[in-house]
Design a protein around this ligand. Structure first.
Ligand code: AMP
Length: 420
């Protein structure tokens, strides 16, 4: 038997109904905030991620699925989507004067991490990027959009963790101070953290070692090193979040694992997700477009881990998405009833009613059982009696009721049931 590749999984029905509903909600919210969809290739030049995500990041260091193609090109399955969006923005000169580009994407990402609950090698992200706006109001709007989405999904009690990582001008002084603080701790560090300390001390703040994390409570904080403009940006953002009643916590140790961030960085965690509890991450990247060869253009974005979002979804939203509310099951009771049922299916579909037609004609018991198993709330049964009398038998599987409905009234009857 050939099975899925390690760390990758199939998404099956009925669960795919939940994914689809979630994606519909996300698209609605993006449209509401003036975003357009962008779709970039899954495969990109390895160089793109080395130059954007950064050589010292865990992603580039040890998590990329990279290979050489038949033409000797170094390619990588995208581990994240911001780099691809920015590459496309530069490649297609989307930086038209004065235009702010608001783009969103949905799609699979690949990282060769050790699989565990909530961590896969193929996972999906829903993300957005705003390119061409440097103002703190853009940062605020991104977070307002996220909380709007969460509230439509039924989440309550989520908070965003926020920090500022400053700019290339003020960060070096902080990195020096941090390095000086960390140097005496190097001996007690594990191999990973020691490598991080050498390559990029900021990454040590992300340590997975609880003993070291405890010592970091005393570490110098980036916020104390911000230049005046970055500080003003940070404070304006906080004021605008207060105004919009977005709940946040300042987390001075939040730096995020990708190299391209400047100023605002944020994360949202969900309490019911266990160890892998980060639902989304994002931040501002005012240097990235220029780093990838475009005109100096500020940007900000986020990526939600869709797999984790699906696991954390409030039960009511989940259950509602699982119900096949708009669809009726149509059961032909006997072999002779198939042609009649097929014609009826066409009539119903033409009237806009979705029909899951079961042509097997195995009798009412089996037909209803199958309809129930597939999550239908309504089943329409047709047999020889129904054909002769010009009626249909409508069963409500949830309420266990049944109605005998004249064919001429069937469309109106079903539409009334579906919308109630
Ligand atoms: P990042 O691109 O690392 O900022 O991650 C953004 C979000 O993607 C995280 O908050 C997670 O929800 C999700 N994510 C990242 N890596 C994985 C993974 N290996 N499996 C599942 N979700 C992931």
């Amino acid at each position: 038997m050939i099975t899925t590749v390690k760390g990758m999984r199939d998404l099956l029905p009925p669960e795919t109904r939940v994914w689809n509903r979630l994606e519909e909600t996300a698209r609605e919210v993006f449209a509401l905030y003036g975003f357009d969809e962008i779709r970039t290739p899954v495969l990109e030049s390895t160089e793109l991620f080395v130059r954007s995500v950064g050589e010292s990041s865990d992603i580039v260091n040890k998590e990329m699925f990279s290979f050489e193609d038949r033409g000797g090109r170094r390619l990588t399955l995208r581990p994240e989507n911001t780099a691809g969006v920015v590459r496309a923005y530069v490649e297609h000169s989307l930086a038209q004067e004065g235009l702010v580009q608001k783009l969103y994407y949905l799609g699979p990402q690949f990282r060769a991490e050790r699989p565990q609950k909530g961590r896969f090698r193929e996972f999906r992200q829903i993300g957005a990027e705003v390119l061409g706006a440097a103002d703190a109001a853009t940062d605020a709007e991104i977070l307002i959009l996220l909380f709007d989405l969460f509230s439509r999904l039924g989440f309550t009690g989520l908070r965003v963790s926020l920090n500022s990582v400053g700019t290339d001008e003020c960060r070096p002084a902080y990195v020096d101070a941090l390095r000086a603080f960390l140097a005496p701790l190097a001996e007690s560090m594990g191999e990973d953290d020691r490598r991080r300390l050498e390559q990029n001390p900021l990454r040590v703040l992300d340590t997975k070692d609880p003993a070291l994390a405890e010592r970091l409570a005393e570490a110098p904080q980036m916020l104390a090193f911000l230049d005046a403009e970055s500080l003003a940006h940070h404070e304006t953002l906080l004021a605008q979040l207060d105004e919009a009643a977005i709940p946040y916590t300042i987390d001075p140790r939040l730096v995020r694992g990708l190299d391209y961030y400047t100023r605002t960085v944020f994360e949202v965690t969900a309490p019911n997700l266990g160890a892998q509890n980060a639902l989304l991450g994002g931040g501002r990247y005012d240097r990235l477009v220029a780093d990838l060869g475009g005109p100096k253009t500020p940007g900000i974005g986020f990526a939600i881990g869709e797999d984790r979002l699906v696991s954390a979804l409030p039960e009511a939203y989940r259950l509602d998405a699982l119900l096949r509310k708009g669809t009726v099951a149509l059961v032909a009771l006997g072999e002779d009833d198939r042609a009649d049922a097929l014609a009826l299916a066409r009539t119903l579909r033409a009237a806009g009613i979705a029909v899951d037609f079961d042509p097997r004609g195995r009798g009412p018991g089996d037909g209803l059982k199958a309809a129930g198993k597939k999550g239908h709330a309504l089943a329409v049964l047709v047999g020889s009696r129904e054909r002769e009398q010009g009626i249909a038998l409508v069963k409500n599987l949830a309420l266990r009721t049944q109605d005998i409905v004249p064919r001429a009234e069937l469309v109106t009857f079903l539409k009334g049931k579906i919308s109630s």
